[in-house]
Design a protein around this ligand. Structure first.
Ligand code: NAP
Ligand code: ZN
Length: 347
């Protein structure tokens, strides 16, 4: 076992506080990573606060992990000591079912094992995430990280990057498409960069008028302050796709009506309450609502390679881990440009 330091939350509504625990002894196909940076995803906040209903405490959140390998198991084939490595939202799956074989481990029929707030495949051992100085992970769930990009900006790619890249690939979003990104937060700003890099014409739909200049710098050509409903309604029947990254229930009818014929709104944000909209908002123009959940491991590597080749990283605010509770408050207020990343040397 390896003694590890972390920040954990001990109960719903509790604050994150220092916590010591142990990582498992290396199995033959495991690697040990010294964590350098870990991003702060809104999913960490939902789960730390128990908003999705089934949280396991103590919880060490964090699934946007980059670090350096310090030890490898006897059978590890694709990594060596000294390599950079990343870990995203999953740390295991059966790797044998139809979904896993097709590269969609997130849809593993016996259940993917998530990086934290989950149980390992033995059904009893809790997983602990990246707000920690080290992690042991099966090499099949580790990603290769280029040394060409700043590591603190790469960390958020492990969740915010893949979660927005995956629907762009699935729906072949690119040149000739008008795409709206709803919500300019951690996921939203990556969606803007990635959709623009794929050639789409991007509009940001935001409740924060002060983000307009950033939206354009990130790659959007248009910006709409959705608090001004008259301005928003001018966008009815405009978009081929809307990537909806908002973390709370909102006015789905308003946005569905912005889709042109056969347009699709892809739900990416995961509000804690059921959402609703009128059937008429879909019937008109034959619109669809879809949803997307992170992305498979192979696809995550493809995204990381795409970002390295195109010089794409997240815009980050690097924080010491002692700032984490304030950072949560600021994310909830949409006051982050555009991802907090913990410098793990501060633990
Ligand atoms: P975030 O940084 O907090 O961004 C969410 C953005 O939504 C905010 O910046 C804000 O943008 C907008 N927003 C917030 N409150 C709003 C409101 N009341 N009405 C309208 N817009 C509002 O969060 P994130 O880390 O990007 O995560 C976003 C959501 O995606 C979370 O629910 C998270 O759990 C989920 N998620 C899903 C997956 C998946 O696999 N599907 C993966 C990761 C995360 P503006 O200021 O521009 O309005
Ligand atoms: Zn996430």
């Amino acid at each position: 076992m390896y003694p590890a330091k972390a920040y954990a939350v001990q109960e719903a509504k509790g604050e994150l506080k220092p916590w010591n625990f142990e990582r498992r002894t290396l199995r033959d196909d495991d690697i040990l990573i010294e964590i350098l940076y870990c991003g702060v995803c809104h999913s960490d906040i939902h789960q730390a606060k128990g908003e999705w209903g089934k949280s396991i405490y103590p919880m060490v959140p964090g699934h946007e992990i980059v670090g350096k390998i310090t030890e490898v198991g006897n059978q590890v084939k694709h990594f060596k000591v000294g390599d950079l490595a990343g870990v995203g939202c999953m740390v295991d799956a059966c790797l044998e079912c139809e979904s896993c074989k097709k590269g969609y481990e997130q849809f593993c029929t016996s259940g993917a094992v998530f990086t934290y707030n989950a149980l390992e495949r033995d059904g009893t051992t809790p997983t602990y995430g990246g707000y920690s100085n080290k992690i042991v992970v099966k090499e099949a769930f580790a990603l290769h990280i280029s040394d060409k990009l700043p590591l603190e900006g790469v960390a958020p790619l492990l969740c915010a990057g893949i979660t927005t890249f995956s629907p762009i690939k699935k729906y072949k979003i690119g040149k000739g498409h008008k795409v709206a990104v709803l919500g300019l937060g951690g996921l939203g700003h990556m969606a803007v960069k990635l959709a623009a890099a794929h050639g789409a014409e991007v509009t940001v739909l935001s409740t924060s008028p002060n983000k307009e200049a950033d939206a354009k710098r990130l790659g959007a050509t248009h910006f709409c302050n959705t608090k001004d409903e008259e301005q928003a309604k001018k966008l009815y029947s405009t978009f081929d796709f809307i990537l909806d990254t908002v973390s709370v229930p909102h006015n789905y009818d308003l946005y569905l009506r912005m889709l042109k014929m056969y347009g699709t709104l892809v739900l990416i944000g995961i509000p804690d309450k059921p959402i609703q909209f009128s059937a008429f908002s879909l019937l008109t123009n034959g619109r669809s609502v879809a949803a997307s959940s992170i992305g498979g491991i192979q696809e995550t590597q493809e995204m990381l390679d795409f970002c390295a080749a195109n010089n794409i990283v997240s815009d980050v605010e690097v924080i010491p881990i002692s700032y984490i509770n304030e950072a949560y408050q600021r994310v909830i207020k949409s006051d982050v440009k555009y991802r907090f990343v913990i410098d793990m040397s501060t633990i």
